[in-house]
Design a protein around this ligand. Structure first.
Ligand code: MG
Length: 339
């Protein structure tokens, strides 16, 4: 009996409107998928499509109809399955990532082991995750900092017309470690001007200061920076890493960009071979997407898996970042349940 694929669009609300350099939103739509086998086992996955990368929930549903025609006979043949999806219809990375997560979940359940164990990883090695404070008025940002009391490391979104005001508001509210993401919001000149300010405010990581294709600019910023510079929007899959070597200090991988868990592992291998730091990040998504990404947590230096923690309510339970510490569930597969 072949696997059966079903998919539903989820409407997710964040606790606060989530503002980054590209705009603001408080309703997010992701696609929850289920792969059922003949024994009644189900694998779960989630696609978090981003317009920035050319996907919407509707393109995900359309792509899934195509992938449904090439589902594997045996869900344990994960490499073959993922390769076949990509050969059948390339792009559509968040749709393929959802299938990858669901297949890994199903494979783990069939074998009765958690996915992190299938990958040979020690869940005790997961780093602390940041918690993101979206762009807001200084007063509301101070309130959000108070709400984030349990999280020891904060991530601040910059790339606005008042980055200095934001840094001041955060620093007045807390002495915690802060990391910064400019989401492509600066020019080379602005980025270089910001570097001493970021240092003064004790920022420890700088994510994607410049436009995705400005690799020479990234190299210039990295050379001038004492703070590690991480490529996010410039780095989707392993093939984007070689051109970044020597130009940034690390890469941020996200399943919605990589298209699969196994591509995430390849990215980690390529990054490590190139002496780059590795960060794992996420989109606004439920615990299904977060838990899939969290499986590679033991392999990364920097963790930013707060997507579900930022939601007003999460229909699923899985990996958690309570108190900042990323914890993986011990159940078979992804170890997910419905709340
Ligand atoms: Mg980022």
């Amino acid at each position: 009996m072949p696997l059966r694929l079903s998919a539903d669009i989820l409407q997710l609300k964040t606790r606060h409107p989530f503002v980054i350099a590209r705009g603001s939103q408080d309703v997010y739509r992701t696609v929850a998928i289920r792969l059922a086998d003949e024994t009644g086992l189900e694998g779960w996955g989630e696609a978090a499509p981003q317009r920035f990368y050319g996907e919407t929930p509707e393109t995900v549903l359309a792509a899934l109809e195509v992938y449904a025609t090439v589902l594997p006979e045996n869900p344990l043949h994960l490499e073959d399955a993922e390769a076949r999806f990509e050969q059948t219809l390339s792009g559509n990375n968040s749709a393929r990532a959802a299938l990858s997560a669901a297949l890994h979940d199903l494979a783990g359940k069939r074998l009765g082991v958690p996915v992190h164990r299938l990958l040979g990883l020690d869940p005790g090695r997961c780093p602390i995750s940041t918690f993101t404070i979206g762009i807001d008025t200084p007063e509301r940002m101070r309130m959000k900092v108070r709400e984030a009391e349990a999280y020891p490391v904060l991530k601040i979104k910059l790339g606005t017309s008042d980055d200095l005001g934001i840094l001041r508001a955060i620093r007045e509210a807390t002495p915690k470690e802060i990391r910064v993401d400019a989401n492509c919001g600066w020019t080379r000149k602005q980025a270089i001007r910001m570097l001493p300010i970021l240092e003064e405010f004790g920022v420890t990581v700088l994510e994607q200061p410049l436009a995705p294709d400005d690799l020479e600019g990234l190299a210039q910023v990295t050379r001038s920076s004492r703070i590690p510079v991480i490529a996010d929007e410039s780095c989707l899959t392993a093939r984007d890493i070689p051109p970044l070597v020597g130009k940034v200090d690390g890469i941020n991988l996200k399943l919605a960009k990589t298209g699969s868990l196994r591509e995430a592992l390849r990215m980690i291998a390529v990054a490590r071979a190139s002496h780059l730091m590795v960060m794992v990040g996420c989109m606004i998504e439920t615990s299904v997407g977060i838990t899939a990404a969290a499986q590679v947590g033991p392999l990364v230096d920097i963790c930013d898996l707060d997507g579900a923690a930022l939601l007003a309510s999460d229909p699923y339970a899985g990996a958690t970042i309570e108190g900042g510490q990323l914890r993986l569930p011990e159940g078979p597969g992804l170890g997910l349940s419905r709340r």
